[in-house]
Design a protein around this ligand. Structure first.
Ligand code: BG6
Length: 489
C-alpha cells in the first residue's frame, strides 16, 4: 500500500500579519495605522467582540493616537521588526516552504497618500524577503491586512472615498516593481468580508454618529473590488508570473434543523459570506446581491468601466481563513445556547467542542467548505489561516506541551487530505500565528496560536525570547513527510 501524502510541491508554511506581529510602529519612518488604535481587551471581556463591533469616530482615533501610555499591543506585536532573522531561521528549521506576512502600507507610504515611498520601509521588506529566499522559503504577501494608514481614515474616511483606490494602486505598483524578482504570491485584502462587519478594521471607515451603515460599507467594498482588479492588472503588466489571490474569512454555516426555512437561512448566510468571493473570483456582482442592496437602501456608485474591469481582471486563486463553523436558524427566538466566533456570536452546535474563546472546532467543516468552494469556483484554493487560539503553560524546564494544538491541526490536515481526494485543488496550508502574536479581535498575547512561543504577556512585559513548543517538532515532521505524519492514526 502506498503511503498517503500531499501533492508534490504542496506549500506548507505559516501565517502572520504586520499589524499583529511586526511591531516598530513608530520606527523606520512608518506612519500610524488603524491597528495602532486597538486597545487590549481584558481577559474577562474575551468573548465581548468589542473591537470588531464598535464603530470608530475621529475623536476616538485621536484619543488613542495621543495615548502613549495605554495598552496598545499591536504597536509592538512580537517584535519581528528586530528579530526577523532569528524567526526566519526557526521557520526554516521547521521546513517551511512558504511564509505568509503582510506589508504595512504605512511603512511604505506613511500617510497613504504620499507621492514618494519611504525607502527605509522598502529596504526592511527587501531584507526580509532576502532572508526568506536564503532558506528557499517562498514569501506569500498580503497587501492589506487590517492596517489602513490612519491619515486615510482621518482625512478621507477610509475606503468609502474613491480616491483611496488610486493611493492603493500607487502603493501596490511600488512594491510590485520593487520585489518583482523576490515575491510571486500576493493576496489583496485580508478577509475582505470584514467590511460587512467592521468598516474601521476593513478599511479605516469612520462613523461620526457612532452607527455603521450599509451604504458606506458596501461602497467601500466596491472600491476594494475595483482596487483588487487593478492589482491583478498591475501584476499582469509587471510580472506575468505573479499569482494574485483574494482572501475570505470563510463562515461555514449549518442549518440548525431540516426545517426548509432554516435551510434557506443557511443559503442566505452563504450569500452574505460568498458575495465577496463571487465578485472577485467570478468577476461580476452576483444576481442575489440586487435584492440585498434594495432591502438595505444601498445604491452603489459604480463608475463607467468599473464592471468591465472586474470582469477582465478576476483573481488567479482563492485563499481563505477557516477556524470554525456556525449554526443558523430562521426563528431566532427558538435558538439554543450562544457561543462566540471570529466574526460574531452564534448558536452552539451540540456536536462540537469549542476553544477557550468559544470558537467551535469543526475539522469536517473544513472538508465541507473546501468542497463547496471548489464546486462553486473551480479555481485553486489556499488555506492561509487555520489554528487554535489557546492558553499555553510553560513548564519549569521551559517546555510547552501543547497537545491540544497538535490535535486540532492534525484533525484539520486529515480533512484537507480527504478534500484533495475528493478532487479539490489545494495549493497549500499556512496555519495562523505560526509564532505567537497579538490577537486581532482582543489584542491580547495570551491567545496563542504558535509553534514558537514568545515570552511576552498581555501587558507587553517579558524578554520576547523565542522557544519551541512540542507542536514545533510535530509540524517539522509533518512537513518533512509531506503530510504523512499527520495522516497516521
Ligand atoms: C483572522 C485574521 O480573522 O483571524 C487574523 O485574519 C486573526 O488577523 C485571526 O489574528 C485569529 O483571530 P484572533 O482574534 O484570535 O487573533
Amino acid at each position: 500500500m502506498t503511503e498517503k501524502r500531499f501533492p508534490k510541491g504542496f506549500l506548507w508554511g505559516g501565517a502572520t500579519a504586520a499589524n499583529q506581529y511586526e511591531g516598530g510602529w513608530d520606527l523606520g519612518g512608518r506612519g500610524p495605522a488603524t491597528s495602532d488604535t486597538a486597545k487590549a481587551v481584558r481577559p474577562e471581556e474575551r468573548q465581548s467582540f468589542e473591537y470588531f463591533a464598535s464603530p470608530m469616530t475621529k475623536a476616538k482615533v485621536m484619543v488613542a493616537l495621543e495615548d502613549k501610555e495605554g495598552l496598545y499591543p499591536k504597536r509592538w506585536g512580537s517584535d519581528f521588526y528586530h528579530r526577523y532573522k532569528e524567526d526566519i531561521a526557526l521557520f526554516a528549521e521547521m521546513g517551511f516552504k512558504t511564509f505568509r506576512l503582510s506589508i504595512a502600507w504605512s511603512r511604505i507610504f506613511p500617510n497613504g497618500d504620499d507621492t514618494e515611498p519611504n525607502e527605509e520601509g522598502l529596504a526592511f521588506y527587501d531584507a526580509v524577503f532576502d532572508e526568506l529566499l536564503k532558506y528557499g522559503i517562498e514569501p506569500l504577501v498580503t497587501l492589506s491586512h487590517y492596517e489602513t494608514p490612519i491619515h486615510l481614515a482621518l482625512e478621507y474616511g477610509g475606503w468609502k472615498d474613491r480616491r483611496v483606490i488610486g493611493f492603493f494602486e500607487r502603493y501596490v505598483r511600488t512594491v510590485f516593481e520593487c520585489y518583482k524578482n523576490k515575491v510571486k504570491y500576493w493576496l489583496t485584502f485580508n478577509e475582505i468580508n470584514i467590511m460587512g462587519i467592521s468598516g474601521y478594521v476593513g478599511g479605516g471607515l469612520l462613523f461620526e454618529d457612532g452607527k455603521q451603515n450599509f451604504q458606506d460599507l458596501y461602497q467601500a467594498a466596491h472600491h476594494q473590488f475595483v482596487a483588487s482588479s487593478l492589482v491583478v492588472k498591475a501584476a499582469r503588466e509587471i510580472n506575468p508570473d505573479f499569482k494574485v489571490g483574494m482572501m475570505l474569512a470563510r463562515m461555514q454555516a449549518y442549518a440548525a434543523t431540516c426545517n426548509p426555512l432554516d435551510v434557506m437561512e443557511e443559503i442566505q448566510k452563504d450569500h452574505e459570506n460568498l458575495f465577496f468571493s463571487d465578485v472577485q473570483v467570478r468577476g461580476k456582482y452576483p444576481s442575489y446581491a440586487q435584492r440585498f442592496f434594495k432591502q438595505n437602501d444601498i445604491e452603489l456608485q459604480i463608475e463607467d468601466g468599473d464592471l468591465e474591469l472586474l470582469a477582465q481582471y478576476p483573481v488567479d486563486f482563492m485563499s481563505f481563513s477557516y477556524y470554525m463553523s456556525s449554526v443558523v436558524r430562521a426563528q431566532e427566538e427558538a435558538s439554543g445556547e450562544k457561543t462566540a466566533g471570529n466574526f460574531s456570536m452564534g448558536e452552539k452546535n451540540p456536536y462540537l467542542e469549542a476553544s477557550d474563546w468559544g470558537w467551535q472546532i469543526d475539522p469536517v467543516g473544513l472538508r465541507i467548505t473546501l468542497n463547496k468552494l471548489y464546486d462553486r469556483y473551480q479555481v485553486s484554493l489556499f488555506i492561509v489561516e487555520n489554528g487554535l487560539g489557546a492558553l499555553d503553560k510553560v513548564e519549569a524546564d521551559g517546555a510547552i506541551h501543547d497537545n491540544y494544538r497538535i490535535d486540532y491541526l492534525k484533525a484539520h490536515i486529515k480533512q484537507m487530505y480527504e478534500a484533495i481526494e475528493d478532487g479539490v485543488e489545494l495549493m497549500g496550508y499556512t496555519p495562523w500565528g505560526c509564532i505567537d502574536l497579538v490577537s486581532a479581535s482582543t489584542s491580547e498575547m495570551s491567545k496563542r496560536y504558535g509553534f514558537i512561543y514568545v515570552d511576552a504577556d498581555d501587558e507587553g512585559n517579558g524578554s520576547y525570547d523565542r522557544s519551541r513548543k512540542d507542536s514545533f517538532f510535530w509540524y517539522q515532521k509533518v512537513i518533512e513527510t509531506n503530510g504523512a505524519a499527520a495522516l497516521e492514526e
